[in-house]
Design a protein around this ligand. Sequence first.
Ligand code: 5GP
Length: 187
Amino acid sequence: MKTGKLIVLTGPSGVGKGTLLRALRRRHPELYLSVSVTTRSPRAGEINGRHYYFIDRHQFEQMVAAGELLEWAEFAGNYYGTLRRQVETHLQEGEWVVLEIELEGARQIRRSFPEALQIFLLPPTMDALETRIRERGKDSEESMALRLQRAKEEIAAAGEFDFQIVNDNLEKALEEIEAAVFAPVSC
Ligand code: 5GP
């Protein structure tokens, strides 16, 4: 059986994971970006099945009970989870699968896939992150406050990851991610 590679990208909300992953995918279309399920409402411009599968809490709980999620977590009042079958199918095809998930999910993946590559994306400063979250302006005040609180907890755990990359410059951060992802495996 062919087996691909699992890559986890974690970092606080607003740090720029989505933008970086889109840029990475443009350069390496062979990478497969997993599409998660979430109970969060779609933001303006988000498309069901492309950014997320938007489902309700009851559906989410049923998926958890049926073991359909590889990992899941609650974040800023909503549930998020990775579809097990989607990831396993692509890995079995030998593809490289990227998960963009928060800290608790990354820890679950570390237990079930210890060989997964784990990257943590850091903001240049906390102030810069706060500005990014506020300027995005797509979340409620309450959600922004929860996201900032969670950001501090996540950043404190950055040392658990194989790589810590600071997103102070998109091109530089992208090159560092590429270097981590495509580094030759040492035996
Ligand atoms: P947002 O609401 O900003 O799209 O995402 C909030 C947080 O949930 C982000 O840190 C994002 O990486 C994370 N997230 C997205 N999908 C998943 C998932 O499937 N599992 C987990 N554990 N976190 C996710």
